[in-house]
Design a protein around this ligand. Sequence first.
Ligand code: ZN
Length: 231
Amino acid sequence: MSAAKQLYELQELDLEIESQEQALSQATSQLGESQAVLKLQSQLQAEQRRLEELRRKQHSAEWEIEGVSTKLSTAEETLYSGQVKNPKELANLQHEVEMFKAKRSQMEDKALEIMEQVELAESAVAKTNKQLETLKSEWQRQQQALSETVARLKAVLSDLGHKRQLLSAEIPPQAVELYQGLRKERGTAVARVEQGICRGCRISLPTTELQQARSGNLIRCSSCGRILFLA
Ligand SMILES: [Zn+2]
């Protein structure tokens, strides 16, 4: 095998390694916490806090109703006990009873409103919880698939690395050095020659260069400096 062909194969290997490395780093970057899951988790926490607060409000409203109800019963008992005879006191007592009734009815309306809010908050929590479970299991499946991809890519890369080692050991060190320098400098170190044209710079090659390349000598394009490879 000519050195040009070996270097061309080395380049093919390097390009393959590059693309697998890119795939690996992309897969690796997707491993880890899911922003969507984190966002939904904090939404759920906010909804749960709101639900707890509403439940506290509901309990205190119920306590208030109980307190007014007790006062109302006491007032009514006194009113209907027959113990109070003074008309003015009776009128006052009557007024008190009406006031407690009105207050209780107002509080009951408020409690009902809070209860409705509690129910809404409960269904919001349940809905978000369900969404979160779905999202989490989806994400876990994705992570599992990603881990498998990462493991596979690592195996592929280790195999390619081994192949590269074997191949570069067969090539004269000076040629490898030239190749490495060109790769760093221009990305492509070895250019194919097709129909007398260097594919690196798309310029027609002089006949002497073509002949030398054809004979298997390590020839560089006089225009772009890349190593020429004739298939
Ligand atoms: Zn060229």
